[in-house]
Write a protein that binds this ligand. Structure first.
Ligand SMILES: C[S@@+](CC[C@H](N)C(=O)[O-])C[C@H]1O[C@@H](n2cnc3c(N)ncnc32)[C@H](O)[C@@H]1O
Length: 338
Protein backbone atom coordinates (compact mmCIF):
# COMPACT_ATOMS: atom_id res chain seq x y z
CA UNK A 1 0.00 0.00 0.00
CA UNK A 2 1.35 3.46 -0.82
CA UNK A 3 2.31 5.57 2.18
CA UNK A 4 -0.20 8.16 3.14
CA UNK A 5 0.92 11.13 5.10
CA UNK A 6 -1.85 13.43 6.27
CA UNK A 7 -0.94 17.11 6.51
CA UNK A 8 -3.01 19.28 8.88
CA UNK A 9 -3.33 22.99 8.28
CA UNK A 10 -5.83 25.77 8.03
CA UNK A 11 -8.69 25.39 5.51
CA UNK A 12 -8.05 29.06 4.64
CA UNK A 13 -4.68 28.21 3.06
CA UNK A 14 -5.55 24.72 1.82
CA UNK A 15 -4.92 25.93 -1.75
CA UNK A 16 -1.40 27.00 -0.74
CA UNK A 17 -0.76 23.67 1.03
CA UNK A 18 -1.91 21.79 -2.09
CA UNK A 19 0.30 23.80 -4.44
CA UNK A 20 3.24 23.53 -2.02
CA UNK A 21 2.95 19.73 -1.80
CA UNK A 22 2.46 19.42 -5.57
CA UNK A 23 5.97 20.86 -5.97
CA UNK A 24 7.18 17.65 -4.31
CA UNK A 25 4.72 15.04 -5.57
CA UNK A 26 1.82 14.51 -7.96
CA UNK A 27 0.28 12.23 -5.35
CA UNK A 28 -1.70 14.86 -3.41
CA UNK A 29 -5.41 15.08 -2.55
CA UNK A 30 -7.76 16.82 -0.10
CA UNK A 31 -9.30 14.51 2.54
CA UNK A 32 -11.31 17.10 4.46
CA UNK A 33 -11.11 20.88 4.84
CA UNK A 34 -7.52 21.63 5.89
CA UNK A 35 -6.44 17.95 5.75
CA UNK A 36 -4.36 16.98 2.74
CA UNK A 37 -2.92 13.60 1.87
CA UNK A 38 0.45 13.35 0.15
CA UNK A 39 2.65 10.39 -0.79
CA UNK A 40 5.92 12.06 0.25
CA UNK A 41 7.08 13.39 3.60
CA UNK A 42 8.16 17.06 3.65
CA UNK A 43 8.17 19.79 6.29
CA UNK A 44 5.42 21.75 4.57
CA UNK A 45 5.24 25.45 5.46
CA UNK A 46 1.45 25.49 5.11
CA UNK A 47 0.95 22.43 7.35
CA UNK A 48 1.39 22.61 11.11
CA UNK A 49 1.26 18.88 11.69
CA UNK A 50 1.83 15.70 9.75
CA UNK A 51 0.42 12.25 10.48
CA UNK A 52 3.01 9.87 9.08
CA UNK A 53 1.64 6.73 7.40
CA UNK A 54 -1.82 7.63 8.62
CA UNK A 55 -4.65 5.14 8.67
CA UNK A 56 -8.33 5.97 8.26
CA UNK A 57 -10.37 4.43 11.10
CA UNK A 58 -14.13 4.41 11.39
CA UNK A 59 -16.67 2.71 13.62
CA UNK A 60 -20.40 2.50 14.33
CA UNK A 61 -20.29 3.84 17.88
CA UNK A 62 -17.90 5.71 20.21
CA UNK A 63 -16.81 2.58 22.11
CA UNK A 64 -15.95 0.76 18.88
CA UNK A 65 -14.02 3.79 17.64
CA UNK A 66 -12.02 3.95 20.90
CA UNK A 67 -11.24 0.25 20.56
CA UNK A 68 -10.15 0.68 16.92
CA UNK A 69 -7.92 3.65 17.70
CA UNK A 70 -6.06 1.71 20.42
CA UNK A 71 -5.73 -1.42 18.30
CA UNK A 72 -2.30 -1.44 16.65
CA UNK A 73 -2.11 -4.44 14.33
CA UNK A 74 -3.94 -6.56 16.92
CA UNK A 75 -1.95 -5.28 19.90
CA UNK A 76 -3.07 -2.58 22.37
CA UNK A 77 -1.32 0.79 22.02
CA UNK A 78 1.32 0.82 24.78
CA UNK A 79 2.44 4.47 24.76
CA UNK A 80 1.40 7.14 27.20
CA UNK A 81 1.12 10.03 24.75
CA UNK A 82 -2.26 10.34 23.09
CA UNK A 83 -3.50 13.42 21.22
CA UNK A 84 -6.97 13.56 19.74
CA UNK A 85 -7.82 16.70 17.83
CA UNK A 86 -10.60 18.18 15.74
CA UNK A 87 -9.63 19.73 12.41
CA UNK A 88 -9.40 23.46 12.10
CA UNK A 89 -12.26 25.80 11.25
CA UNK A 90 -11.99 28.28 8.42
CA UNK A 91 -11.26 31.73 9.74
CA UNK A 92 -14.26 34.03 9.99
CA UNK A 93 -14.46 37.44 11.58
CA UNK A 94 -15.35 35.93 14.95
CA UNK A 95 -13.32 32.71 14.94
CA UNK A 96 -12.30 33.35 18.54
CA UNK A 97 -15.79 32.49 19.70
CA UNK A 98 -16.16 29.47 17.44
CA UNK A 99 -15.29 25.91 18.21
CA UNK A 100 -15.18 23.13 15.69
CA UNK A 101 -18.29 20.92 16.09
CA UNK A 102 -15.94 17.95 16.72
CA UNK A 103 -13.94 19.63 19.51
CA UNK A 104 -16.05 18.17 22.32
CA UNK A 105 -16.08 14.71 20.71
CA UNK A 106 -12.29 14.87 20.39
CA UNK A 107 -11.87 15.78 24.07
CA UNK A 108 -14.17 12.95 25.20
CA UNK A 109 -12.40 10.42 22.97
CA UNK A 110 -8.97 11.54 24.17
CA UNK A 111 -10.08 11.15 27.79
CA UNK A 112 -11.50 7.67 27.05
CA UNK A 113 -8.31 6.54 25.29
CA UNK A 114 -6.03 7.80 28.06
CA UNK A 115 -8.15 6.20 30.80
CA UNK A 116 -8.39 2.92 28.91
CA UNK A 117 -4.63 2.78 28.40
CA UNK A 118 -3.94 3.73 32.02
CA UNK A 119 -6.42 1.08 33.21
CA UNK A 120 -4.75 -1.61 31.10
CA UNK A 121 -1.36 -0.56 32.44
CA UNK A 122 -2.57 -0.73 36.05
CA UNK A 123 -3.92 -4.21 35.37
CA UNK A 124 -0.45 -5.22 34.19
CA UNK A 125 -1.63 -5.77 30.61
CA UNK A 126 0.69 -3.27 28.94
CA UNK A 127 4.07 -3.28 30.62
CA UNK A 128 6.13 -0.11 30.89
CA UNK A 129 4.95 2.86 28.85
CA UNK A 130 6.72 3.10 25.52
CA UNK A 131 7.68 6.50 24.12
CA UNK A 132 5.22 6.09 21.24
CA UNK A 133 2.79 8.87 20.54
CA UNK A 134 -0.64 8.26 19.07
CA UNK A 135 -2.16 11.09 17.06
CA UNK A 136 -5.75 10.99 15.91
CA UNK A 137 -7.54 13.71 13.96
CA UNK A 138 -11.31 13.36 13.73
CA UNK A 139 -13.01 14.07 10.42
CA UNK A 140 -16.49 12.95 11.56
CA UNK A 141 -17.91 11.92 14.97
CA UNK A 142 -16.83 8.30 14.47
CA UNK A 143 -14.10 8.63 11.86
CA UNK A 144 -10.61 9.99 11.65
CA UNK A 145 -6.94 9.56 10.71
CA UNK A 146 -4.49 7.91 13.08
CA UNK A 147 -0.70 7.89 13.11
CA UNK A 148 1.62 6.25 15.59
CA UNK A 149 5.22 7.30 15.95
CA UNK A 150 8.06 7.93 18.33
CA UNK A 151 9.07 11.51 18.90
CA UNK A 152 12.79 11.40 18.19
CA UNK A 153 12.98 15.20 18.12
CA UNK A 154 10.93 17.31 20.52
CA UNK A 155 12.48 20.71 19.78
CA UNK A 156 9.47 22.72 18.58
CA UNK A 157 11.67 24.58 16.09
CA UNK A 158 12.83 21.47 14.27
CA UNK A 159 10.62 18.51 15.19
CA UNK A 160 8.45 17.06 12.45
CA UNK A 161 5.85 15.82 13.35
CA UNK A 162 5.33 18.81 15.59
CA UNK A 163 5.28 18.15 19.35
CA UNK A 164 2.20 20.41 19.55
CA UNK A 165 -1.11 18.53 19.22
CA UNK A 166 -2.31 19.15 15.66
CA UNK A 167 0.52 21.70 15.46
CA UNK A 168 -1.42 24.19 17.56
CA UNK A 169 1.22 25.66 19.81
CA UNK A 170 -0.67 27.85 22.21
CA UNK A 171 -4.34 28.61 22.62
CA UNK A 172 -3.98 32.36 22.93
CA UNK A 173 -7.29 34.08 23.40
CA UNK A 174 -7.84 37.60 22.19
CA UNK A 175 -6.79 39.69 25.18
CA UNK A 176 -9.41 42.34 25.89
CA UNK A 177 -6.91 45.09 26.65
CA UNK A 178 -4.39 44.26 23.90
CA UNK A 179 -3.76 47.11 21.43
CA UNK A 180 -4.38 44.68 18.53
CA UNK A 181 -5.19 41.02 17.92
CA UNK A 182 -1.67 40.54 16.46
CA UNK A 183 -0.26 39.55 19.88
CA UNK A 184 -1.51 35.98 19.28
CA UNK A 185 0.85 35.62 16.31
CA UNK A 186 3.87 36.51 18.40
CA UNK A 187 2.94 34.27 21.35
CA UNK A 188 2.48 31.37 18.96
CA UNK A 189 5.70 32.20 17.10
CA UNK A 190 7.73 32.28 20.33
CA UNK A 191 6.34 28.87 21.32
CA UNK A 192 7.59 27.43 18.01
CA UNK A 193 10.90 29.27 18.38
CA UNK A 194 11.56 27.52 21.71
CA UNK A 195 13.15 30.67 23.14
CA UNK A 196 11.72 34.01 24.15
CA UNK A 197 12.99 37.34 25.39
CA UNK A 198 12.88 38.05 29.10
CA UNK A 199 13.99 40.66 31.62
CA UNK A 200 17.07 42.53 30.48
CA UNK A 201 16.80 41.52 26.81
CA UNK A 202 16.58 44.26 24.21
CA UNK A 203 14.09 43.51 21.44
CA UNK A 204 13.63 45.54 18.27
CA UNK A 205 9.99 45.37 17.14
CA UNK A 206 9.76 46.49 13.51
CA UNK A 207 6.30 47.64 12.43
CA UNK A 208 5.23 47.80 16.06
CA UNK A 209 2.08 49.97 15.96
CA UNK A 210 -0.40 49.88 17.53
CA UNK A 211 1.59 47.63 19.86
CA UNK A 212 0.22 44.10 20.22
CA UNK A 213 3.68 42.52 19.88
CA UNK A 214 5.35 45.26 21.94
CA UNK A 215 2.90 44.53 24.76
CA UNK A 216 3.73 40.80 24.67
CA UNK A 217 7.46 41.58 24.80
CA UNK A 218 7.32 44.15 27.60
CA UNK A 219 4.99 41.86 29.60
CA UNK A 220 7.81 39.30 29.43
CA UNK A 221 10.10 41.93 30.95
CA UNK A 222 12.02 42.81 27.79
CA UNK A 223 13.15 46.32 26.88
CA UNK A 224 11.49 47.12 23.56
CA UNK A 225 12.57 49.45 20.79
CA UNK A 226 9.27 49.81 18.93
CA UNK A 227 9.83 51.06 15.38
CA UNK A 228 6.89 52.42 13.42
CA UNK A 229 5.98 55.56 11.55
CA UNK A 230 2.49 55.30 13.07
CA UNK A 231 1.45 56.04 16.66
CA UNK A 232 1.79 53.48 19.42
CA UNK A 233 -0.95 52.73 21.92
CA UNK A 234 -0.73 55.63 24.47
CA UNK A 235 -0.14 53.28 27.44
CA UNK A 236 2.84 51.72 25.65
CA UNK A 237 4.14 55.08 24.49
CA UNK A 238 4.42 56.05 28.19
CA UNK A 239 5.89 52.71 29.27
CA UNK A 240 9.45 53.02 30.65
CA UNK A 241 10.35 49.65 29.06
CA UNK A 242 9.33 50.90 25.60
CA UNK A 243 11.11 53.37 23.31
CA UNK A 244 9.20 54.41 20.21
CA UNK A 245 11.39 55.15 17.18
CA UNK A 246 9.07 56.94 14.79
CA UNK A 247 10.92 56.20 11.57
CA UNK A 248 11.14 53.90 8.59
CA UNK A 249 12.11 50.42 9.74
CA UNK A 250 14.58 50.19 6.83
CA UNK A 251 16.57 53.07 8.34
CA UNK A 252 17.14 51.39 11.71
CA UNK A 253 20.74 50.53 12.56
CA UNK A 254 20.19 47.13 14.16
CA UNK A 255 23.88 46.72 14.97
CA UNK A 256 23.86 49.91 17.06
CA UNK A 257 20.82 48.74 19.05
CA UNK A 258 22.42 45.30 19.67
CA UNK A 259 19.13 43.46 20.24
CA UNK A 260 18.84 39.93 21.58
CA UNK A 261 15.75 39.46 19.38
CA UNK A 262 14.38 41.16 16.28
CA UNK A 263 10.70 40.77 15.52
CA UNK A 264 9.08 42.15 12.38
CA UNK A 265 5.45 42.49 11.34
CA UNK A 266 5.81 45.19 8.67
CA UNK A 267 3.57 44.77 5.64
CA UNK A 268 6.39 44.63 3.10
CA UNK A 269 7.12 42.79 -0.10
CA UNK A 270 8.56 39.45 1.13
CA UNK A 271 11.95 40.20 -0.46
CA UNK A 272 12.34 43.33 1.67
CA UNK A 273 11.50 41.39 4.84
CA UNK A 274 14.13 38.81 3.87
CA UNK A 275 16.77 41.55 3.40
CA UNK A 276 15.96 42.91 6.87
CA UNK A 277 16.14 39.39 8.36
CA UNK A 278 19.55 38.91 6.70
CA UNK A 279 20.70 42.17 8.28
CA UNK A 280 19.42 41.04 11.69
CA UNK A 281 21.37 37.80 11.38
CA UNK A 282 24.60 39.87 11.27
CA UNK A 283 23.97 41.34 14.73
CA UNK A 284 26.49 39.84 17.16
CA UNK A 285 24.78 38.13 20.09
CA UNK A 286 21.38 38.01 18.40
CA UNK A 287 19.39 35.06 19.82
CA UNK A 288 16.28 34.98 17.72
CA UNK A 289 14.07 36.38 14.99
CA UNK A 290 10.32 36.19 14.45
CA UNK A 291 9.16 37.81 11.22
CA UNK A 292 5.95 37.60 9.24
CA UNK A 293 6.24 37.21 5.47
CA UNK A 294 3.13 38.74 3.91
CA UNK A 295 1.82 36.89 0.87
CA UNK A 296 -0.70 37.33 -1.93
CA UNK A 297 -2.75 34.84 -3.92
CA UNK A 298 -1.64 32.85 -5.77
CA UNK A 299 1.12 32.16 -3.26
CA UNK A 300 4.62 32.65 -4.69
CA UNK A 301 6.25 29.41 -3.57
CA UNK A 302 9.65 30.57 -4.80
CA UNK A 303 9.66 33.35 -2.23
CA UNK A 304 8.43 30.91 0.44
CA UNK A 305 11.30 28.59 -0.53
CA UNK A 306 13.78 31.49 -0.22
CA UNK A 307 12.45 32.15 3.29
CA UNK A 308 12.90 28.47 4.17
CA UNK A 309 16.42 28.53 2.75
CA UNK A 310 17.35 31.53 4.90
CA UNK A 311 15.76 30.01 8.01
CA UNK A 312 17.26 26.57 7.65
CA UNK A 313 20.62 27.16 5.96
CA UNK A 314 22.20 30.07 7.82
CA UNK A 315 25.31 28.76 9.60
CA UNK A 316 25.07 29.03 13.38
CA UNK A 317 21.27 29.22 13.39
CA UNK A 318 18.31 26.85 13.24
CA UNK A 319 15.03 27.90 11.79
CA UNK A 320 11.76 27.19 10.22
CA UNK A 321 8.92 28.85 8.34
CA UNK A 322 5.33 27.97 9.28
CA UNK A 323 1.82 29.13 8.66
CA UNK A 324 0.63 29.62 12.24
CA UNK A 325 -2.93 29.34 13.54
CA UNK A 326 -2.99 33.13 13.98
CA UNK A 327 -1.57 33.84 10.50
CA UNK A 328 -3.85 35.08 7.75
CA UNK A 329 -2.32 35.02 4.25
CA UNK A 330 1.20 35.17 5.65
CA UNK A 331 3.77 32.81 7.10
CA UNK A 332 6.08 33.26 10.06
CA UNK A 333 9.83 32.97 9.75
CA UNK A 334 11.46 31.73 12.96
CA UNK A 335 15.21 31.69 13.51
CA UNK A 336 17.14 30.83 16.68
CA UNK A 337 20.89 30.87 17.32
CA UNK A 338 22.24 27.37 17.93
C1 LIG B 1 0.46 44.57 10.74
S1 LIG B 1 0.87 46.10 11.42
C2 LIG B 1 1.78 45.65 12.84
C3 LIG B 1 0.93 45.23 14.00
C4 LIG B 1 1.76 45.06 15.25
N1 LIG B 1 2.68 43.93 15.15
C5 LIG B 1 0.92 44.87 16.49
O1 LIG B 1 1.07 43.85 17.15
O2 LIG B 1 0.14 45.76 16.83
C6 LIG B 1 2.11 46.70 10.36
C7 LIG B 1 2.75 47.98 10.82
O3 LIG B 1 3.87 48.24 9.98
C8 LIG B 1 4.01 49.65 9.90
N2 LIG B 1 4.88 49.97 8.75
C9 LIG B 1 4.63 49.77 7.44
N3 LIG B 1 5.71 50.15 6.71
C10 LIG B 1 6.65 50.56 7.60
C11 LIG B 1 7.99 51.02 7.46
N4 LIG B 1 8.59 51.13 6.27
N5 LIG B 1 8.66 51.34 8.59
C12 LIG B 1 8.09 51.21 9.82
N6 LIG B 1 6.83 50.77 10.00
C13 LIG B 1 6.12 50.43 8.90
C14 LIG B 1 2.60 50.16 9.77
O4 LIG B 1 2.53 51.52 10.19
C15 LIG B 1 1.85 49.22 10.71
O5 LIG B 1 1.71 49.80 11.99
Amino acid sequence: MRPRHVYCGSPDVEDALLSELRRHSGDVSVLAPGLVRCGVLVDAVFARQVLIDAQLLQADNPAALAAAVLDVDGLPFAGSLIDVEAPELPRTGSRDKQRHPLTETAAVLQDTLRKKTEGRRQQGKLGAASSSRLRFVLTAPRQGWRAIGTDVDVDPLTAWPSPFPAGRAVAVEQSRNAPSSAHRKLEEGLAWLGDAPGAGDVVVDLGAAPGGWTRVLRDRGATVVAVDRAALDPMLARDPLVTHLRKDALDVDLGALAPAFVVCDVIWEPKITLVVVERALQVPGLRGIVATIKLKRPVDHDVVAQSVELATNTPGFSGRVKHLVANKLEVTLLIRRD
